[in-house]
Design a protein around this ligand. Structure first.
Ligand code: MLT
Length: 410
């Protein structure tokens, strides 16, 4: 009999979004007359069409594959040079990141999970609470935790509590950790970290030999010019941080799949006997062995987002989604709810009405307003009493959601 990875048995029932999907499907089956009214503001999935610059480039890529003379088979596992160079030039100008330090992939969710392949056992790992569940679940699968307690907190992880008192931005802990996941702009809370807060994290990491896993998948949504978009804006980060970014949200690529991870060549891990090893070398090896590169037409499409027309079209998408976020923020505030996020991120993080738990709020919004939100407790115990509204939707739907929130709560 084949033995299984028993760490999977420690995982809580289901990944958050499939669990929400199951509840929504059950509601639709039980209430067919209300099903057509359903508006989904749960999972952060884009709704608007791909920028036409990306579509055109994707078509061109497909046409190249249609001719023997321009056909391409396996590409470089780390990504085509044209895309790595475009990312370095357009996303990291002046930040001392070279194209070789950029690894193209098919998604940041995969990268933030797969990155654990290059780290050993026994690391002390910190995550924020609330948190993007992938960071936790992949550590559970990798055997880096014990069992979950009754609040769903896993033994062995260091939880950094985020709440209204710290503006949902955790400060570095007093204790030493080896790895810490930071996500800014934050999923789920929409919080952003200031330059001073990120500097404190980089200084902590340098002093404690900590690696920061910096997820900036939502950087394109930052509106405030004083808010850092990349950890590499902070001096010293090239020695202590890797960064994950994605084309999913601002480029509309959730279904197309393309992302990248930045690992500076100066970023080191250690063997048990203290020898320093570049993490770049390990991730490159891992990528070559377990990944064959994102598809050529997709990489062409991603590169086209950096063309002048592509940039304009992406800016229009961001304006659209952030306009939605503003409307949602205002509607929740007008209904007397406490609101965070939604100013530099496409997520609005809202306090539940007094006495309601996150899942009770989810059920109320589903049953009484036919609006799908995400319960804050699905992101960790500290998310209890909060819910997240995704701004990824049509303007028409968001205006309707605002009307329903006001009818339900105001
Ligand atoms: C979310 O809703 O939190 C995101 O869509 C998750 C993801 O990007 O994987």
């Amino acid at each position: 009999m084949a033995l299984i990875n028993e760490n999977f048995l420690k995982l809580k029932a289901g990944y958050l979004f499939p669990e929400i999907g199951r509840r929504v499907t059950a509601f639709q089956q039980q209430n067919p007359e209300k099903a057509a009214r359903l508006i989904r503001c749960g999972i952060g999935d884009v709704t608007e069409a791909l920028p036409s610059a990306a579509i055109k480039a994707m078509h061109e890529g497909v046409d190249e594959l249609a001719n023997r003379s321009s056909f391409k088979g396996y590409g470089p596992e780390q990504g085509y040079a044209f895309l790595r160079e475009a990312v370095a030039e357009h996303q990291y100008a002046g930040l001392n990141i070279s194209a070789e330090e950029i690894f193209i992939s098919d998604g940041s969710k995969c990268d933030t999970g797969n990155i654990l392949d290059i780290f050993g056992k026994g690391n002390r790992i910190a995550i924020t609470d609330p948190v993007y569940p992938v960071y936790v679940d992949t550590n559970v699968m990798a055997g880096n935790t014990g069992d979950a307690d009754e609040n769903g907190a896993y033994e062995g992880l260091v939880y950094l509590r985020c709440d209204a008192s710290n503006g949902f931005v955790a400060a570095p802990p007093a204790e030493k950790v080896d790895l810490v996941y930071l996500c800014f702009p934050n999923n789920p809370t929409g919080a952003v970290a200031t330059r001073e807060q990120l500097t404190a994290w980089v200084n902590y990491a340098l002093a404690n030999d900590t690696i920061i896993l910096f997820d900036s998948a939502y950087e394109a949504f930052v509106q405030d010019p004083n808010v850092p978009r990349s950890i590499y804006e902070i001096p010293g980060a090239h020695e202590c941080a890797m960064e994950f970014r994605s084309f999913s949200k601002h480029g509309g690529f959730t279904g197309v799949r393309c992302a990248y991870t930045v690992i500076p060549k100066t970023l080191m891990g250690s063997t048990t006997d203290g020898k320093k090893v570049p993490l770049h070398q390990l991730w490159s090896r891992r990528h070559s062995t377990k990944f064959n590169g994102a598809s050529y037409p997709v990489q062409k499409a991603a590169a086209a987002l950096f063309s002048p027309e592509g940039k304009e079209q992406v800016a229009a998408l961001i304006k659209h989604y952030m306009g939605n976020a503003t409307l949602l923020r205002e509607a929740c505030q007008a209904a007397g709810l406490t609101v965070f996020g939604g100013e530099n991120a496409p997520y609005v993080w809202v306090g539940c009405p007094a006495g309601k738990t996150s899942w009770e709020m989810f059920d109320m919004m589903l049953h009484d307003a036919q609006v799908v939100i995400t319960p804050g407790s699905g992101f960790g115990a500290a998310g209890e009493g909060w819910f997240r509204i995704s701004a990824f939707n049509s303007r028409e739907n968001v205006e309707e959601v605002c009307r329903r929130i006001s009818a339900l709560l105001a």
